[in-house]
Write a new protein. Structure first.
Length: 213
């Protein structure tokens, strides 16, 4: 019998904590210095760079990798596994809501862009969660092989697209969303992780007969 567990418990507390900690550090780096605010100068340490959203893309992806590994370790299958990961990703985005509201205050004209980034990072996190689940399932004892494979794959996903189409990278995509790039390439870049996510779910269905039962 599978052992159920809460959305946040002693085991999965660390991924939530790490997400909030590192996104909070990124938010601090995005805040303008007091003397710049006083003198009506723009920018913080990383002036003009949406550093918080890069951090959110990175750590929501890592968060998803952790969720997939935990579900594999608990032998979660079927819609229960999908629902569990979806709930946890939604909770993670909810917990970062104060950061996002503060970021909106820093960039009051970017409300639509921020909403699109939230949606995009949610998709990326879900993609990483299902991918991690598939990688970890054959090695439920969390061997180094499964750990290295998923993080090497994720690193490639973040960096390799910069050599030919940066919008395929979560870093390139959140930067483009923040800066309001052309709609056509943005739609294509949205579709890629969605198609990949659906593809991984289909693969999981073939491997695990009970995945969608």
């Amino acid at each position: 019998m599978n052992k159920g567990y809460a959305l946040i418990d002693r085991e999965n507390f660390q991924p939530f904590f790490s997400l909030l900690l590192f996104c909070g550090v990124a938010l601090l780096l995005s805040v303008p210095f007091a003397d710049r605010v006083k003198d009506f100068h723009a920018g913080g340490i990383f002036s003009g760079i949406p550093i918080y959203f890069h951090a959110q893309a990175l750590f929501m992806g890592i968060f998803g990798l952790s969720l997939g590994a935990m579900n594999a370790a608990h032998d979660e299958t079927g819609r229960k596994a999908l629902l569990r990961m979806a709930e946890q990703i939604g909770l993670a985005q909810f917990l970062t809501l104060p950061y996002l509201l503060f970021t909106w205050a820093l960039y009051p004209s970017k409300a639509v862009e921020i909403l699109l980034i939230i949606l995009y990072t949610t998709i990326v996190s879900a993609l990483c969660a299902v991918g991690s689940y598939l990688i970890e399932t054959p090695w439920t004892h969390r061997s180094a092989r499964g750990f290295l494979l998923k993080y090497v794959t994720f690193t490639g996903y973040l960096l390799l697209p910069f050599g030919f189409f940066p919008l395929l990278s979560p870093f390139g995509m959140v930067d483009a969303l923040f800066r309001g790039k052309a709609l056509g390439p943005l739609l294509l870049s949205y579709l890629v992780p969605i198609v990949l996510l659906l593809g991984l779910i289909l693969v999981a269905e073939r491997i695990h007969k009970e995945w969608l039962r």
